[in-house]
Design a binder for this molecule. Structure first.
Ligand code: NAD
Length: 384
């Protein structure tokens, strides 16, 4: 019998929903690269229902019960007295989501001698200390591609939000005003601007594809250059590094994984090299920036706007500088957990667990760490 601790975000404040805004979600069969979406043997949930919170339990309660495994589902994840830390000591599997990350630090890993599998129900496993996982023989996996398009849509939305000054204009309308000049004194068209993405992986490429019809000049940087025919098709200019990219654009969208090479990348120095009045959208990870430097650049006008959904830590304290900095269009970490995305990553989580319990190999695309080293997607994404 295995013990699994699943850490999920709390239910809605007014309770688990009994009805939804829509009756169903579109059926997506393939990802943009042609690979199939997750194909577990069965699912015990309704696609389009809320699965990522504690009561939703990723639709996996029955799977664990039927197989006689123990499942603990909690949102109490921080501090040494949290339910997560108490239950971790004899757990074999931890399932967590980047939106409400159960930080698996090296100290916590040292306290969990039975832990063999750390499964990210989503994408981005930086909340797991990957070095400690390698050392302790823990397999780290995530549901690659499950929410890439969800995040790309959010990034494009936030770029438009900032450039067109949407949030303050919306506020004027809900507060009873009709203050056209106040709304438009910071509003521009995106058309004709230089827009760059940092990392043209699954999300970054989807952002480029979605932005191409806006008649902008596209730029990107990545440690792995795209095939020339893709660059041509998207009409996108490659930059060998972040420094060259940020000097050449008006809008930056960040899509790189968080590791040593990207930690605190957007610091005071790099921000100072950008065009005055640049916009940054960050749906990658909050720690790829220095939060105080972002807030200072917004106050000085070096940045015209900052948006995104990723913070550190999560949830952030009420006094986090991003909650009150000017010209921000931040949301909590939600871009990758739409109801549409949840159906895919819940199915992918089940697919991985079915392989794990049957001692079958896990798809290379899902692997981050295996056998004491970076593997599969992890080997491509988490090293230079
Ligand atoms: P991916 O593995 O498809 O792409 C990552 C890309 O980053 C690769 O092309 C890789 O070559 C490139 N890269 C690695 N190091 C780099 C560096 N130092 N500079 C430039 N490029 C570099 O991953 P993806 O699905 O596109 O996801 C990217 C990241 O987005 C994830 O690691 C995660 O942190 C974040 N994410 C956020 C959400 C959300 O809800 N906000 C959801 C999913 C993923």
């Amino acid at each position: 019998m295995a013990k699994c601790v699943m850490v999920l975000y709390p239910d809605p404040v007014d309770g688990y929903p009994s009805k939804y805004a829509r009756d169903n979600i579109p059926v997506i069969q393939r990802y943009p690269d042609g690979s199939t979406v997750p194909t577990p043997s069965n699912i015990d949930f309704t696609p389009g229902h809320l699965l990522g919170c504690v009561s939703g339990a990723l639709g996996l309660r029955k799977l664990f019960e039927d197989a006689g495994h123990q499942l603990v589902v909690t949102s109490d994840k921080d501090g040494s007295d949290s339910e997560f830390e108490r239950e971790l000591v004899d757990a074999h599997i931890v399932i967590s989501q980047p939106f409400w990350p159960a930080y698996l630090t090296k100290e916590r890993i040292a306290k969990a001698p039975n832990l063999r599998l750390a499964l990210t129900a989503g994408i981005g496993s930086d909340h797991v200390d990957l070095e400690a996982a390698k050392k302790h023989g823990i397999t780290v996996v995530e549901v690659t591609y499950s929410n890439s398009i969800s995040v790309a849509e959010h990034a494009v939305m936030q770029i438009l939000n900032l450039v067109r000054n949407f949030v303050p204009s919306h506020r004027w309308s809900t507060e009873g005003g009709w203050n056209i000049a106040d709304c438009v004194e910071r509003a521009y068209d995106l058309e004709g601007m230089d827009v760059g993405v940092i990392a043209a992986g699954r999300i970054g490429r989807a952002v480029l594809r979605r932005l191409a019809p806006f008649d902008v000049n596209l730029h990107y940087t990545d440690t792995h250059r795209l095939p020339l025919q893709v660059e041509k098709e998207l009409n996108v200019t490659f930059h060998a590094g972040v420094e060259s990219l940020v000097r050449s654009v008006d809008v930056v969208s960040i899509h790189s994984p968080l590791y040593e090479a990207t930690r605190q990348m957007f610091n005071e120095r790099l921000l100072g090299t950008m065009r005055r009045g640049s916009y940054i959208v960050n749906t990658a990870r909050g720690e790829e920036t220095v939060p105080e430097a972002i807030a200072a650049a917004l106050r000085s006008g070096q940045l015209a706007g900052y948006a995104g959904d990723v913070w550190y830590p999560q949830p952030p304290p009420v006094e986090h500088p991003w909650r009150t900095m000017p010209n921000n269009a931040m949301t909590p970490h939600v871009s990758g957990t739409t109801l549409s995305a949840q159906a895919r990553y819940a199915a992918g989580t089940r697919e991985i667990l079915e392989s794990w319990f049957a001692a079958k190999p896990i798809l290379q695309e899902y692997l981050i760490v295996e056998g004491g080293q970076l593997a599969g997607t992890g080997a491509l994404s988490y090293q230079k």
